[in-house]
Design a binder for this molecule. Structure first.
Ligand code: LLP
Length: 417
């Protein structure tokens, strides 16, 4: 069982803060994402505390959970935002984040997105190729602006994580090859509408070993020194996101303090502002996906299934990365059974857990799929004609609906028929 201050059993019923998940399902229906505001606050404060010795700016990576209320909650605590598209920029601005607290990333930015970012006045655009630098320069010139840019470096460090979420390796599409940097630095003399403000990296996600950050940061530091010798006065060094969370109590995440212990002494002497881009760390354990058991069944092999009303259209992580999510019955059961927890989608990969020992809940009862706050709702889809679920935020005993359940009408509204 995943131990959490924010999701806990009270009188044998799972609660978020002071609110019963049973009650929430009765009011809002299922599937339902339930987010604890206090958990968001605590994660942010723990992160900030770990890096308090270092002049830094934390930009929440909006791709992990782009719900406006989630973004606003973190922004109110002082966070900036890391966005990866015009759509995410729009969301961050709508949530009330000031443009000068937003950094714009993306391996393939379209011209209209570059225009939007420059016109909004973002803190910086993180460029990933020489061609992109030329494009930003041209667009900035047309707009009569100077574009603040950082260079995203591919440090060629292969962090140990799922292969789909490692990004700092030369095999991958991300960033500018570290060996190409001298040529990139010299390009700036031909690009009058750019101002180089920083260097940036992001080596992957859910990285347990701080050594990978150390290895990549050493490369960034060498390039920082080189840029200084060439006369660039950089203001920012962006270390990216990727800090881990615990999904499986048997595989607890390395505490953030251990990352700080290694990184702070390396970065402190530089006299620049360090940017962090945590996504998952801030939001993953703040939400659960609440789902109802539709049917229980078994087959001749003795295998048992819980068929639930949520699926890979709400949380694709088990299907895509074979990731582990704890599944807890909302009503506590002493007795357990071994079962697969599967959704209603016509794909064999549509499961939340396989051969898992789980409380012996009955049909009609609720299950909570834990740690669903990061890369859950944002990666959702309408596949199989599914309606995107409602989302609520809980703060103590207060409950707010922060996203309405999609309707059948919305499912077809953009089609011209
Ligand atoms: N910065 C950049 C440039 C990124 O590409 C990402 C994530 C982050 C920051 C935030 O990384 P985090 O702190 O959340 O690890 N869908 C996958 C994760 C994809 C991560 C993509 N980039 C999953 O569910 O595990």
């Amino acid at each position: 069982m995943l131990d959490s201050n924010f999701f806990h059993y009270n009188a044998a019923t799972l609660h978020c803060d002071e609110v019963s998940l049973e009650g929430l399902a009765a009011i809002f229906g299922t599937p339902l994402f339930v987010t604890s505001r206090r958990s968001l606050t605590e994660s942010y404060q723990t992160f900030e505390h770990a890096f308090k010795e270092l002049p830094h700016f934390t930009c929440y990576s909006v791709k992990a959970n782009f719900n406006l209320t989630v973004i606003r909650t973190l922004a109110e605590l002082g966070c900036g935002c890391d966005v990866n598209s015009g759509g995410e920029l729009y969301r961050a601005l709508q949530a009330g984040v000031a443009a000068e607290k937003i950094i714009f990333a993306g391996v393939g930015k379209r011209s209209d997105e570059i225009v939007y970012a420059l016109q909004s006045g973002v803190l910086m655009l993180k460029a990933e190729s020489m061609s992109e630098l030329r494009a930003i320069d041209r667009i900035a010139g047309e707009l009569g602006k100077t574009a603040p840019v950082a260079l995203r470096i591919n440090p060629n460090v292969t962090a140990e994580t799922h292969p789909y979420i490692t990004t700092g390796d030369s095999k991958e599409k991300f960033g500018i090859d570290e060996l190409e940097l001298p040529r990139v630095f010299s390009l700036f003399s031909q690009l009058p509408n750019l101002k180089l403000v920083g260097l940036d990296m992001h080596i992957g996600s859910q990285i347990f070993d701080p050594q990978y950050y150390v290895a990549a940061t050493l490369k960034l530091l060498a390039l920082f020194k080189e840029s200084k010798e060439l006369g660039f006065a950089l203001e920012f060094l962006d270390i990216g996101g990727g800090f881990p969370v615990t999904y499986d109590p048997l595989k607890p995440a390395t505490p953030i303090e251990q990352f700080a212990e290694k990184l702070v002494p390396m970065l402190q002497p530089l006299g620049v502002k360090v940017i962090f881009e945590p996504g998952r760390y801030l939001v993953a354990n703040a939400s659960v996906l609440l789902t109802r058991i539709l049917y229980k069944k078994s087959n001749h092999t003795g295998k048992q299934f819980f068929v639930v009303d949520a699926g890979m259209t709400e949380l694709i992580r088990p299907a895509l990365y074979q990731s582990h999510h704890e599944v807890q019955p909302v009503t506590f059961h002493e007795e357990t059974i071994v079962a697969d927890v599967v959704g209603p989608i016509c794909e064999s990969s549509d499961f939340f857990a396989r051969q898992r020992s789980i409380g012996a809940a009955e049909e009609g009862e609720l299950l909570a799929v834990m740690s669903s706050g990061a890369y859950g709702a944002v990666m959702g889809s309408n596949y199989n004609g599914r309606l995107r679920p409602a989302e609520v935020m809980v703060n103590g005993s207060e409950v707010k609906l922060v996203r309405k359940r999609e309707t059948l009408e919305q499912l077809v509204q953009n089609e011209l028929f």
